[in-house]
Design a protein around this ligand. Structure first.
Ligand SMILES: [Mg+2]
Ligand SMILES: [Zn+2]
Length: 171
């Protein structure tokens, strides 16, 4: 069975201090490419699991979201990094679906599709809902940021998280 790192998108891979509803609004963190490449090269599958309720609410279309993700992949590819698959919950936040984090639906579906051992995998996010989704799916968890969230690993950003995951704190 393969092991994976599931990444939240906003606030982990890209800066989300402004909403990202169009491809040109996507700004990757400067360390995102090398962090993901480090995981790629260490043999981890890398997936994104992102809540995008703005689609259900009408702030953007499915096509806009797909264009944002194409640009994300292109920018990462320029840095030799690869996301193996992307899952997005596009339902309204109040829809009660099983995929919106903190529910584990996206992680379970990605794991099923790609043959991933969840107990050997990590969920990385900047909100307690990310940590809850990981725990509900049976992964280990990494929390990025300041709050008092109970996760297996804490890191200041995705680079530090990736280094901890591969067991290598060297820069
Ligand atoms: Mg986030
Ligand atoms: Zn959903």
């Amino acid at each position: 069975m393969k092991r994976a790192v599931f990444l939240d998108r906003d606030g982990v891979i890209n800066d989300n201090r402004r909403p990202v509803n169009r491809p040109e609004e996507l700004v990757l963190f400067p360390f995102a490419g090398r962090a993901i490449r480090l995981l790629n090269e260490a043999g981890w599958r890398v997936f994104v699991a992102t809540n995008q309720g703005g689609v259900g609410l009408g702030y953007m279309t499915e096509a806009d979201l797909a264009a944002v993700h194409r640009r994300m992949q292109a920018l990462l590819s320029d840095q030799g990094a690869r996301i193996d698959d992307i899952a997005a919950c596009t339902h309204r936040p109040d829809a009660g679906c099983g995929c919106r984090k903190p529910r584990p639906g996206m992680l379970l579906e990605l794991a099923r599709r790609h043959g991933i051992d969840l107990t050997a995998s990590y969920m990385v996010g900047d909100r307690d809902t990310d940590v809850e989704a990981g725990r509900a799916a049976g992964t280990r968890t990494v929390f990025i940021g300041e709050g008092s969230v109970d996760a297996d690993i804490r890191a200041k950003d995705l680079w530090e998280a990736a280094c901890q995951i591969v067991g290598n704190s060297s820069r």
